[in-house]
Design a protein. Sequence first.
Length: 255
Amino acid sequence: MISMKNLTSIAEYYKTDKHEHGYTKIYEKYFESLRDKKLQILEIGIADGKSLLTWSDYFKNSTIIGIDIHKINLIEKNLDRTNIKVHQGSQSDENFIKEITNNYGNFDIIIDDGSHKNKDVINSFNHLFPYLKFGGLYVIEDLQTSYIPNWGGDGVNLNNKKTTMNFIRSLADRMHYQDIDNPFYQKHDFDGLIEFVHIYRNIAFIKKQKRFYESNLCYKNSWYLGLKKNRKDFNFKSLRDLRYFIKYFIKHILG
């Protein structure tokens, strides 16, 4: 291990591409206050191991768990450290991910630097976010693959819901779930569990926290009902209520 003041210095020393991509200064904004804590950190994707070495030095009191689809030679990559744990398996293998969560429980930080395939990134988030502790951070790197077909991205339809970028944008909706003006809105598992979604060039940070609330405008996901403070639902004997309900219904059917 080496002893350096900041994350960028450590990343430069190990020559991890996180520094080359300009991520380390952004990471430090979120990680500096956590540096001395005893954390469980999961990183998807090991490659040359330089990233794990960087985290191992920066978070000296933490356990760094790395997973990779390829077999990793710990001695060759100098990863034979007491605070580094390595497992071979695919992030798209649900059974393997279950083995990891069964073994380690919940994580304080999860970093997806794996296949960068849009489908894998989204599935990994859906499987692992429930195992992120409240107050924890989920980081997704290399968002540029959202726009490149080779990774399942889409450079033509920027509203394609199957891309990582649009999935991340949708997480912001989970923060505002009570304000969605649609009485047919189907509750999402992550509603009220996201404190923020911060997107930078090619990297995003999502913080998990309980954020349940009551809208100051909508009631039961209806702006119209929110105006009628003394009403708990639509009154179908009222022509006005019926008219608004039909409008909502038509919009819901048409999508």
